[in-house]
Ligand binder design. Structure first.
Ligand SMILES: Cc1cc2nc3c(=O)[nH]c(=O)nc-3n(C[C@H](O)[C@H](O)[C@H](O)COP(=O)(O)OP(=O)(O)OC[C@H]3O[C@@H](n4cnc5c(N)ncnc54)[C@H](O)[C@@H]3O)c2cc1C
Length: 439
Protein backbone atom coordinates (compact mmCIF):
# COMPACT_ATOMS: atom_id res chain seq x y z
CA UNK A 1 0.00 0.00 0.00
CA UNK A 2 2.91 2.34 0.69
CA UNK A 3 3.93 1.96 -2.94
CA UNK A 4 0.42 2.90 -4.09
CA UNK A 5 0.40 5.96 -1.84
CA UNK A 6 3.77 7.03 -3.28
CA UNK A 7 2.49 6.67 -6.86
CA UNK A 8 -0.62 8.66 -5.98
CA UNK A 9 1.47 11.41 -4.36
CA UNK A 10 3.91 11.40 -7.30
CA UNK A 11 1.07 12.01 -9.81
CA UNK A 12 -0.27 14.93 -7.76
CA UNK A 13 3.19 16.44 -7.20
CA UNK A 14 4.19 16.08 -10.86
CA UNK A 15 1.08 17.95 -12.00
CA UNK A 16 1.46 20.67 -9.35
CA UNK A 17 5.18 21.12 -10.15
CA UNK A 18 4.48 21.37 -13.90
CA UNK A 19 1.68 23.83 -13.22
CA UNK A 20 3.85 25.98 -10.88
CA UNK A 21 6.44 26.13 -13.65
CA UNK A 22 3.84 27.21 -16.21
CA UNK A 23 2.00 30.08 -14.56
CA UNK A 24 2.97 33.63 -15.49
CA UNK A 25 3.09 34.98 -11.95
CA UNK A 26 3.81 38.55 -13.15
CA UNK A 27 0.20 38.80 -14.38
CA UNK A 28 -1.26 38.02 -10.96
CA UNK A 29 -2.85 41.09 -9.42
CA UNK A 30 -4.03 39.55 -6.14
CA UNK A 31 -7.58 39.29 -4.83
CA UNK A 32 -10.35 36.74 -5.31
CA UNK A 33 -10.58 37.01 -9.11
CA UNK A 34 -6.88 36.50 -9.51
CA UNK A 35 -6.97 33.48 -7.18
CA UNK A 36 -9.90 32.13 -9.16
CA UNK A 37 -7.91 32.54 -12.38
CA UNK A 38 -5.26 30.28 -10.85
CA UNK A 39 -7.38 27.75 -9.01
CA UNK A 40 -9.91 26.98 -11.75
CA UNK A 41 -7.23 25.61 -14.11
CA UNK A 42 -5.26 23.94 -11.30
CA UNK A 43 -8.25 22.02 -9.89
CA UNK A 44 -9.42 21.18 -13.41
CA UNK A 45 -6.02 19.89 -14.49
CA UNK A 46 -5.60 17.86 -11.28
CA UNK A 47 -9.05 16.35 -11.79
CA UNK A 48 -8.21 15.44 -15.39
CA UNK A 49 -4.81 14.01 -14.42
CA UNK A 50 -6.31 11.80 -11.68
CA UNK A 51 -9.06 10.69 -14.06
CA UNK A 52 -6.55 9.98 -16.84
CA UNK A 53 -4.38 7.87 -14.51
CA UNK A 54 -7.46 6.00 -13.26
CA UNK A 55 -8.60 5.23 -16.81
CA UNK A 56 -5.12 4.12 -17.75
CA UNK A 57 -5.04 1.63 -14.86
CA UNK A 58 -8.49 0.34 -15.79
CA UNK A 59 -6.99 -0.69 -19.14
CA UNK A 60 -4.87 -3.29 -17.23
CA UNK A 61 -1.38 -2.26 -18.37
CA UNK A 62 0.47 -5.44 -17.35
CA UNK A 63 3.81 -3.72 -17.98
CA UNK A 64 3.51 -1.87 -14.67
CA UNK A 65 2.16 -4.81 -12.63
CA UNK A 66 5.49 -5.50 -10.93
CA UNK A 67 5.99 -1.83 -10.06
CA UNK A 68 2.52 -1.54 -8.54
CA UNK A 69 2.34 -4.96 -6.89
CA UNK A 70 -0.22 -6.60 -9.17
CA UNK A 71 -3.48 -5.92 -10.92
CA UNK A 72 -5.61 -6.28 -7.79
CA UNK A 73 -3.60 -3.36 -6.32
CA UNK A 74 -4.13 -1.33 -9.55
CA UNK A 75 -7.80 -1.30 -8.78
CA UNK A 76 -7.20 0.04 -5.27
CA UNK A 77 -5.13 2.88 -6.76
CA UNK A 78 -7.74 3.31 -9.52
CA UNK A 79 -10.37 3.81 -6.81
CA UNK A 80 -8.32 6.40 -4.89
CA UNK A 81 -7.58 8.25 -8.13
CA UNK A 82 -11.26 8.21 -9.03
CA UNK A 83 -12.25 9.60 -5.64
CA UNK A 84 -9.53 12.27 -5.87
CA UNK A 85 -10.74 13.21 -9.37
CA UNK A 86 -14.30 13.66 -8.12
CA UNK A 87 -13.14 15.80 -5.17
CA UNK A 88 -11.10 17.95 -7.58
CA UNK A 89 -14.03 18.36 -10.01
CA UNK A 90 -16.23 19.49 -7.10
CA UNK A 91 -13.56 22.03 -6.07
CA UNK A 92 -13.18 23.10 -9.69
CA UNK A 93 -16.92 23.67 -9.99
CA UNK A 94 -17.05 25.56 -6.65
CA UNK A 95 -14.08 27.80 -7.46
CA UNK A 96 -15.62 28.54 -10.84
CA UNK A 97 -19.12 29.29 -9.50
CA UNK A 98 -18.64 30.72 -5.99
CA UNK A 99 -17.27 34.16 -6.97
CA UNK A 100 -20.21 34.63 -9.37
CA UNK A 101 -22.65 33.76 -6.57
CA UNK A 102 -20.89 36.29 -4.33
CA UNK A 103 -21.28 38.96 -7.02
CA UNK A 104 -25.00 38.15 -7.34
CA UNK A 105 -25.37 38.47 -3.57
CA UNK A 106 -23.61 41.83 -3.70
CA UNK A 107 -20.74 40.52 -1.55
CA UNK A 108 -18.05 40.81 -4.22
CA UNK A 109 -17.31 43.44 -6.87
CA UNK A 110 -17.49 42.11 -10.46
CA UNK A 111 -14.19 41.30 -12.10
CA UNK A 112 -12.41 44.33 -13.57
CA UNK A 113 -9.95 43.93 -16.39
CA UNK A 114 -6.55 45.32 -15.33
CA UNK A 115 -5.97 48.56 -17.26
CA UNK A 116 -3.53 48.05 -20.08
CA UNK A 117 -3.50 44.25 -19.74
CA UNK A 118 -3.77 42.41 -23.02
CA UNK A 119 -6.75 40.09 -23.37
CA UNK A 120 -5.76 36.42 -23.07
CA UNK A 121 -5.85 34.74 -26.52
CA UNK A 122 -8.73 32.27 -26.87
CA UNK A 123 -7.80 29.63 -29.44
CA UNK A 124 -11.12 27.74 -29.50
CA UNK A 125 -13.40 30.76 -28.99
CA UNK A 126 -16.31 29.30 -30.99
CA UNK A 127 -16.44 26.18 -28.83
CA UNK A 128 -16.15 27.72 -25.38
CA UNK A 129 -19.86 27.80 -24.58
CA UNK A 130 -20.34 24.24 -25.81
CA UNK A 131 -17.30 23.05 -23.83
CA UNK A 132 -18.55 24.81 -20.73
CA UNK A 133 -22.09 23.35 -20.98
CA UNK A 134 -20.83 19.84 -21.77
CA UNK A 135 -18.37 20.06 -18.88
CA UNK A 136 -21.09 21.05 -16.44
CA UNK A 137 -23.43 18.28 -17.64
CA UNK A 138 -20.62 15.70 -17.44
CA UNK A 139 -19.79 16.93 -13.94
CA UNK A 140 -23.31 16.23 -12.64
CA UNK A 141 -23.34 12.79 -14.27
CA UNK A 142 -19.90 12.07 -12.85
CA UNK A 143 -21.14 12.84 -9.34
CA UNK A 144 -24.10 10.49 -9.78
CA UNK A 145 -21.92 7.66 -11.17
CA UNK A 146 -19.32 8.11 -8.45
CA UNK A 147 -22.02 7.91 -5.77
CA UNK A 148 -23.28 4.65 -7.31
CA UNK A 149 -19.74 3.26 -7.48
CA UNK A 150 -19.15 3.99 -3.80
CA UNK A 151 -22.54 2.69 -2.68
CA UNK A 152 -21.57 -0.86 -1.71
CA UNK A 153 -25.13 -2.19 -2.00
CA UNK A 154 -25.38 -1.21 -5.66
CA UNK A 155 -25.06 -4.59 -7.46
CA UNK A 156 -21.68 -5.18 -9.08
CA UNK A 157 -23.08 -6.05 -12.52
CA UNK A 158 -24.97 -2.72 -12.65
CA UNK A 159 -21.96 -0.87 -11.23
CA UNK A 160 -19.85 -2.41 -14.01
CA UNK A 161 -22.23 -1.15 -16.72
CA UNK A 162 -22.60 2.35 -15.29
CA UNK A 163 -18.87 2.58 -14.62
CA UNK A 164 -18.13 2.08 -18.31
CA UNK A 165 -19.91 5.38 -19.01
CA UNK A 166 -17.00 7.01 -17.16
CA UNK A 167 -14.80 6.46 -20.22
CA UNK A 168 -17.24 8.48 -22.37
CA UNK A 169 -17.44 11.16 -19.69
CA UNK A 170 -13.67 11.31 -19.63
CA UNK A 171 -13.60 12.05 -23.38
CA UNK A 172 -16.24 14.77 -22.96
CA UNK A 173 -14.25 16.30 -20.12
CA UNK A 174 -11.08 16.13 -22.22
CA UNK A 175 -12.83 18.25 -24.85
CA UNK A 176 -13.91 20.67 -22.08
CA UNK A 177 -10.32 20.87 -20.78
CA UNK A 178 -8.69 21.31 -24.18
CA UNK A 179 -11.00 24.17 -25.16
CA UNK A 180 -10.99 25.99 -21.82
CA UNK A 181 -7.39 25.57 -20.64
CA UNK A 182 -5.60 28.96 -20.74
CA UNK A 183 -3.83 29.27 -24.08
CA UNK A 184 -0.48 30.06 -22.47
CA UNK A 185 -0.44 26.62 -20.75
CA UNK A 186 -0.10 24.76 -24.05
CA UNK A 187 3.40 26.07 -24.64
CA UNK A 188 4.48 25.46 -21.03
CA UNK A 189 5.47 22.25 -19.15
CA UNK A 190 1.91 21.64 -17.93
CA UNK A 191 0.65 21.70 -21.54
CA UNK A 192 3.15 19.04 -22.57
CA UNK A 193 2.19 16.87 -19.59
CA UNK A 194 -1.51 17.26 -20.41
CA UNK A 195 -0.99 16.35 -24.07
CA UNK A 196 0.80 13.13 -23.08
CA UNK A 197 -1.73 12.22 -20.35
CA UNK A 198 -4.80 13.07 -22.43
CA UNK A 199 -3.55 11.11 -25.43
CA UNK A 200 -2.65 7.95 -23.52
CA UNK A 201 -5.84 8.06 -21.45
CA UNK A 202 -7.99 8.69 -24.55
CA UNK A 203 -6.59 5.48 -26.07
CA UNK A 204 -7.38 3.63 -22.80
CA UNK A 205 -10.90 5.11 -22.78
CA UNK A 206 -11.37 3.92 -26.38
CA UNK A 207 -10.29 0.39 -25.37
CA UNK A 208 -12.86 0.45 -22.59
CA UNK A 209 -15.69 1.80 -24.77
CA UNK A 210 -15.06 -0.83 -27.45
CA UNK A 211 -14.63 -3.69 -24.93
CA UNK A 212 -11.03 -4.35 -25.92
CA UNK A 213 -9.42 -4.21 -22.49
CA UNK A 214 -7.41 -7.37 -21.86
CA UNK A 215 -8.10 -8.66 -25.38
CA UNK A 216 -4.47 -9.69 -25.99
CA UNK A 217 -4.47 -11.73 -22.77
CA UNK A 218 -7.54 -13.81 -23.60
CA UNK A 219 -7.23 -17.55 -24.16
CA UNK A 220 -9.84 -20.13 -25.10
CA UNK A 221 -10.56 -23.28 -23.17
CA UNK A 222 -13.32 -25.63 -22.08
CA UNK A 223 -14.62 -27.01 -18.82
CA UNK A 224 -13.35 -30.56 -18.27
CA UNK A 225 -14.85 -31.30 -14.86
CA UNK A 226 -16.47 -29.64 -11.89
CA UNK A 227 -17.53 -30.53 -8.40
CA UNK A 228 -19.53 -28.60 -5.84
CA UNK A 229 -18.44 -28.94 -2.21
CA UNK A 230 -21.74 -28.60 -0.37
CA UNK A 231 -20.06 -28.00 3.01
CA UNK A 232 -18.41 -24.73 2.01
CA UNK A 233 -20.24 -23.89 -1.26
CA UNK A 234 -16.98 -24.03 -3.20
CA UNK A 235 -17.17 -25.15 -6.82
CA UNK A 236 -13.99 -26.80 -8.10
CA UNK A 237 -13.65 -26.27 -11.85
CA UNK A 238 -11.12 -27.90 -14.16
CA UNK A 239 -10.31 -26.18 -17.45
CA UNK A 240 -8.42 -27.42 -20.49
CA UNK A 241 -6.96 -24.58 -22.54
CA UNK A 242 -7.31 -24.90 -26.29
CA UNK A 243 -5.05 -21.99 -27.19
CA UNK A 244 -1.45 -21.56 -26.03
CA UNK A 245 -1.27 -20.27 -22.46
CA UNK A 246 1.89 -18.34 -21.50
CA UNK A 247 2.10 -20.18 -18.15
CA UNK A 248 1.54 -18.62 -14.76
CA UNK A 249 3.16 -18.30 -11.37
CA UNK A 250 1.35 -19.79 -8.38
CA UNK A 251 -0.81 -17.11 -6.79
CA UNK A 252 -1.77 -15.38 -10.04
CA UNK A 253 -5.39 -14.99 -11.10
CA UNK A 254 -7.44 -14.78 -14.28
CA UNK A 255 -10.77 -13.38 -15.40
CA UNK A 256 -13.08 -16.26 -16.34
CA UNK A 257 -15.97 -15.90 -18.73
CA UNK A 258 -18.08 -19.01 -19.14
CA UNK A 259 -19.91 -19.18 -22.48
CA UNK A 260 -23.48 -17.96 -22.10
CA UNK A 261 -22.78 -15.87 -19.01
CA UNK A 262 -22.68 -12.11 -19.22
CA UNK A 263 -19.39 -11.05 -17.71
CA UNK A 264 -15.89 -12.15 -16.72
CA UNK A 265 -15.09 -12.55 -13.01
CA UNK A 266 -11.63 -12.75 -11.39
CA UNK A 267 -10.55 -16.01 -9.74
CA UNK A 268 -7.19 -17.24 -8.53
CA UNK A 269 -5.75 -20.10 -10.55
CA UNK A 270 -5.66 -22.79 -7.87
CA UNK A 271 -3.27 -25.07 -9.74
CA UNK A 272 0.44 -24.93 -10.44
CA UNK A 273 1.57 -24.85 -14.06
CA UNK A 274 3.00 -28.06 -15.47
CA UNK A 275 2.70 -27.32 -19.20
CA UNK A 276 -0.28 -29.62 -19.52
CA UNK A 277 -2.77 -26.95 -20.60
CA UNK A 278 -4.83 -27.66 -17.48
CA UNK A 279 -5.96 -24.99 -15.00
CA UNK A 280 -8.07 -25.38 -11.86
CA UNK A 281 -10.23 -22.88 -10.03
CA UNK A 282 -12.12 -23.00 -6.72
CA UNK A 283 -15.09 -20.66 -6.76
CA UNK A 284 -17.06 -19.81 -3.63
CA UNK A 285 -20.77 -19.07 -4.03
CA UNK A 286 -21.09 -15.68 -2.39
CA UNK A 287 -23.23 -13.61 -4.75
CA UNK A 288 -25.67 -13.69 -7.66
CA UNK A 289 -23.33 -15.11 -10.22
CA UNK A 290 -21.16 -17.47 -8.17
CA UNK A 291 -24.22 -19.03 -6.51
CA UNK A 292 -25.85 -19.61 -9.91
CA UNK A 293 -22.71 -21.07 -11.49
CA UNK A 294 -23.05 -24.71 -10.25
CA UNK A 295 -26.45 -24.88 -11.98
CA UNK A 296 -25.31 -23.48 -15.33
CA UNK A 297 -21.85 -24.96 -15.73
CA UNK A 298 -21.43 -27.94 -18.10
CA UNK A 299 -18.58 -30.24 -19.09
CA UNK A 300 -17.39 -29.12 -22.54
CA UNK A 301 -18.66 -25.55 -22.01
CA UNK A 302 -16.44 -23.01 -23.72
CA UNK A 303 -14.62 -20.60 -21.45
CA UNK A 304 -12.43 -17.55 -21.99
CA UNK A 305 -9.54 -17.18 -19.57
CA UNK A 306 -7.98 -13.72 -19.42
CA UNK A 307 -4.67 -13.50 -17.61
CA UNK A 308 -2.52 -14.36 -15.88
CA UNK A 309 -2.48 -11.30 -13.66
CA UNK A 310 -1.24 -10.49 -10.16
CA UNK A 311 1.96 -10.46 -8.19
CA UNK A 312 1.04 -12.53 -5.14
CA UNK A 313 4.01 -14.62 -6.12
CA UNK A 314 5.57 -15.89 -2.87
CA UNK A 315 8.95 -14.37 -3.64
CA UNK A 316 10.50 -13.02 -0.46
CA UNK A 317 13.79 -12.40 1.25
CA UNK A 318 13.16 -14.56 4.33
CA UNK A 319 13.47 -18.27 3.59
CA UNK A 320 10.69 -19.10 5.99
CA UNK A 321 7.11 -18.19 5.15
CA UNK A 322 3.90 -18.03 7.12
CA UNK A 323 0.77 -18.35 4.98
CA UNK A 324 -2.59 -17.36 6.38
CA UNK A 325 -5.76 -18.18 4.46
CA UNK A 326 -9.28 -17.10 5.37
CA UNK A 327 -12.04 -19.15 3.68
CA UNK A 328 -11.72 -19.28 -0.10
CA UNK A 329 -8.53 -17.23 0.28
CA UNK A 330 -6.89 -20.68 0.43
CA UNK A 331 -6.79 -20.81 -3.41
CA UNK A 332 -3.39 -19.14 -4.03
CA UNK A 333 -1.85 -21.38 -1.38
CA UNK A 334 -3.25 -24.53 -3.00
CA UNK A 335 -1.65 -23.36 -6.26
CA UNK A 336 1.64 -22.69 -4.53
CA UNK A 337 1.67 -26.10 -2.83
CA UNK A 338 1.05 -27.75 -6.18
CA UNK A 339 3.85 -25.69 -7.75
CA UNK A 340 6.26 -26.70 -4.96
CA UNK A 341 5.38 -30.35 -5.56
CA UNK A 342 5.80 -30.00 -9.34
CA UNK A 343 9.18 -28.28 -8.90
CA UNK A 344 10.26 -30.74 -6.19
CA UNK A 345 11.80 -27.89 -4.19
CA UNK A 346 10.39 -27.93 -0.63
CA UNK A 347 10.11 -24.67 1.31
CA UNK A 348 9.97 -23.87 5.01
CA UNK A 349 6.29 -22.99 5.31
CA UNK A 350 3.50 -22.94 7.91
CA UNK A 351 -0.02 -22.60 6.57
CA UNK A 352 -2.92 -21.57 8.75
CA UNK A 353 -6.22 -22.22 7.02
CA UNK A 354 -9.01 -20.54 8.93
CA UNK A 355 -12.57 -21.27 7.86
CA UNK A 356 -16.08 -21.18 9.23
CA UNK A 357 -17.37 -23.69 6.67
CA UNK A 358 -15.55 -27.01 6.66
CA UNK A 359 -16.13 -29.49 3.86
CA UNK A 360 -14.45 -32.86 4.44
CA UNK A 361 -13.52 -33.52 0.80
CA UNK A 362 -12.21 -29.97 0.33
CA UNK A 363 -10.18 -30.19 3.54
CA UNK A 364 -8.76 -33.53 2.33
CA UNK A 365 -7.65 -31.84 -0.91
CA UNK A 366 -5.90 -29.11 1.06
CA UNK A 367 -4.33 -31.66 3.42
CA UNK A 368 -2.96 -33.83 0.63
CA UNK A 369 -1.60 -30.78 -1.24
CA UNK A 370 0.17 -29.72 2.00
CA UNK A 371 1.53 -33.25 2.62
CA UNK A 372 2.86 -33.51 -0.92
CA UNK A 373 4.56 -30.10 -0.67
CA UNK A 374 5.90 -30.64 2.86
CA UNK A 375 3.96 -27.63 4.17
CA UNK A 376 3.00 -27.65 7.89
CA UNK A 377 -0.77 -27.17 7.87
CA UNK A 378 -3.00 -26.04 10.72
CA UNK A 379 -6.74 -25.96 10.07
CA UNK A 380 -8.79 -23.67 12.28
CA UNK A 381 -12.54 -24.20 12.48
CA UNK A 382 -13.58 -20.68 13.46
CA UNK A 383 -17.03 -22.00 14.44
CA UNK A 384 -15.33 -23.84 17.34
CA UNK A 385 -12.03 -22.01 17.91
CA UNK A 386 -13.23 -18.45 17.20
CA UNK A 387 -11.53 -16.03 14.81
CA UNK A 388 -7.77 -16.22 14.41
CA UNK A 389 -5.89 -13.30 15.94
CA UNK A 390 -2.22 -12.62 16.59
CA UNK A 391 -2.39 -13.88 20.18
CA UNK A 392 -3.61 -17.30 19.01
CA UNK A 393 -1.22 -17.36 16.11
CA UNK A 394 1.74 -16.52 18.36
CA UNK A 395 0.73 -19.32 20.73
CA UNK A 396 0.81 -21.82 17.83
CA UNK A 397 3.94 -20.36 16.22
CA UNK A 398 6.00 -18.44 18.82
CA UNK A 399 8.69 -17.63 16.23
CA UNK A 400 6.26 -16.18 13.65
CA UNK A 401 8.42 -13.02 13.39
CA UNK A 402 11.14 -15.02 11.59
CA UNK A 403 8.80 -15.61 8.65
CA UNK A 404 7.51 -13.48 5.81
CA UNK A 405 3.73 -13.36 5.98
CA UNK A 406 1.49 -14.07 2.97
CA UNK A 407 -2.19 -13.43 3.60
CA UNK A 408 -5.30 -14.03 1.52
CA UNK A 409 -8.78 -13.74 2.99
CA UNK A 410 -11.44 -11.28 4.13
CA UNK A 411 -10.13 -7.72 4.24
CA UNK A 412 -11.09 -7.11 7.90
CA UNK A 413 -9.20 -10.26 8.94
CA UNK A 414 -6.19 -9.06 6.91
CA UNK A 415 -6.35 -5.54 8.35
CA UNK A 416 -6.50 -6.74 11.95
CA UNK A 417 -3.57 -9.16 11.51
CA UNK A 418 -1.55 -6.55 9.60
CA UNK A 419 -2.09 -3.91 12.30
CA UNK A 420 -1.30 -6.34 15.12
CA UNK A 421 1.85 -7.61 13.39
CA UNK A 422 3.03 -4.09 12.56
CA UNK A 423 2.50 -3.14 16.22
CA UNK A 424 4.76 -6.08 17.11
CA UNK A 425 7.46 -4.71 14.81
CA UNK A 426 6.93 -6.65 11.56
CA UNK A 427 8.15 -4.40 8.69
CA UNK A 428 5.32 -3.49 6.28
CA UNK A 429 7.11 -5.06 3.32
CA UNK A 430 7.12 -8.47 5.00
CA UNK A 431 3.33 -8.68 5.04
CA UNK A 432 2.03 -9.55 1.57
CA UNK A 433 -1.63 -9.78 0.73
CA UNK A 434 -3.91 -10.47 -2.18
CA UNK A 435 -6.98 -8.26 -2.51
CA UNK A 436 -10.09 -10.21 -3.51
CA UNK A 437 -11.99 -6.95 -4.14
CA UNK A 438 -11.77 -4.72 -7.16
CA UNK A 439 -14.34 -2.12 -6.26
C1 LIG B 1 -7.67 -11.03 -7.60
C2 LIG B 1 -8.91 -11.77 -7.19
C3 LIG B 1 -8.88 -13.14 -7.00
C4 LIG B 1 -10.02 -13.82 -6.61
N1 LIG B 1 -9.96 -15.18 -6.43
C5 LIG B 1 -11.05 -15.86 -6.04
C6 LIG B 1 -11.02 -17.28 -5.87
O1 LIG B 1 -10.00 -17.93 -6.10
N2 LIG B 1 -12.15 -17.90 -5.49
C7 LIG B 1 -13.31 -17.21 -5.23
O2 LIG B 1 -14.31 -17.82 -4.87
N3 LIG B 1 -13.37 -15.86 -5.37
C8 LIG B 1 -12.28 -15.17 -5.77
N4 LIG B 1 -12.35 -13.81 -5.95
C9 LIG B 1 -13.61 -13.13 -5.66
C10 LIG B 1 -14.60 -13.31 -6.81
O3 LIG B 1 -14.15 -12.61 -7.94
C11 LIG B 1 -15.97 -12.78 -6.41
O4 LIG B 1 -16.39 -13.48 -5.29
C12 LIG B 1 -16.99 -12.97 -7.50
O5 LIG B 1 -16.65 -12.21 -8.63
C13 LIG B 1 -18.35 -12.58 -6.95
O6 LIG B 1 -19.30 -12.47 -8.00
P1 LIG B 1 -20.88 -12.54 -7.70
O7 LIG B 1 -21.56 -11.87 -8.84
O8 LIG B 1 -21.28 -13.92 -7.38
O9 LIG B 1 -21.06 -11.73 -6.36
P2 LIG B 1 -21.52 -10.25 -6.14
O10 LIG B 1 -22.25 -10.22 -4.84
O11 LIG B 1 -22.16 -9.66 -7.33
O12 LIG B 1 -20.13 -9.53 -5.95
C14 LIG B 1 -19.41 -9.61 -4.73
C15 LIG B 1 -18.13 -8.83 -4.93
O13 LIG B 1 -17.29 -9.52 -5.87
C16 LIG B 1 -16.63 -8.58 -6.73
N5 LIG B 1 -17.04 -8.82 -8.11
C17 LIG B 1 -18.24 -9.25 -8.57
N6 LIG B 1 -18.24 -9.37 -9.89
C18 LIG B 1 -17.02 -9.00 -10.31
C19 LIG B 1 -16.40 -8.88 -11.59
N7 LIG B 1 -17.01 -9.20 -12.71
N8 LIG B 1 -15.12 -8.41 -11.64
C20 LIG B 1 -14.47 -8.08 -10.51
N9 LIG B 1 -14.99 -8.20 -9.28
C21 LIG B 1 -16.25 -8.64 -9.18
C22 LIG B 1 -17.02 -7.21 -6.24
O14 LIG B 1 -16.04 -6.78 -5.30
C23 LIG B 1 -18.32 -7.43 -5.54
O15 LIG B 1 -18.57 -6.46 -4.57
C24 LIG B 1 -11.23 -13.12 -6.37
C25 LIG B 1 -11.27 -11.75 -6.58
C26 LIG B 1 -10.14 -11.08 -6.98
C27 LIG B 1 -10.20 -9.60 -7.23
Amino acid sequence: MTRLKLVFAAIALLVIAAWLGSVDWSLMSGGIWSARGLLVPLTGILAMAFMAAAILLAARPVQVESALGGLDKFYRLHKWLGIAAVIMTVLHWLVEKAPKWLVELGLLAPRQRVAGAAAEPRPFADYRDLASDLGEGAFYLLLALAALALWRRFPYHLFFKTHRVMAVLYLVLTFHAIVLTPASYWTAPIGLLMIVLFTVAAVAAGLSIFGRIGKTHRFAGEVTDFHLHEGNSVLDVGVKLTTAWPGHAAGQFAFLKFEGTERAHPFTISSGWANTGRLAFSIKGIGDYTRRLPAIIKVGQAITVEGPYGRFDFGSAAGRQLWIAGGVGITPFIARMEAITIAGQPQDVDLIYSTGALDDAFVDEVRSAADAAGVRLQIVDTGKAGLVDLAKLAAWLPDWRCADVWFCGPSKFGDSLYNAMRAEGLPADRFHRELFEMR
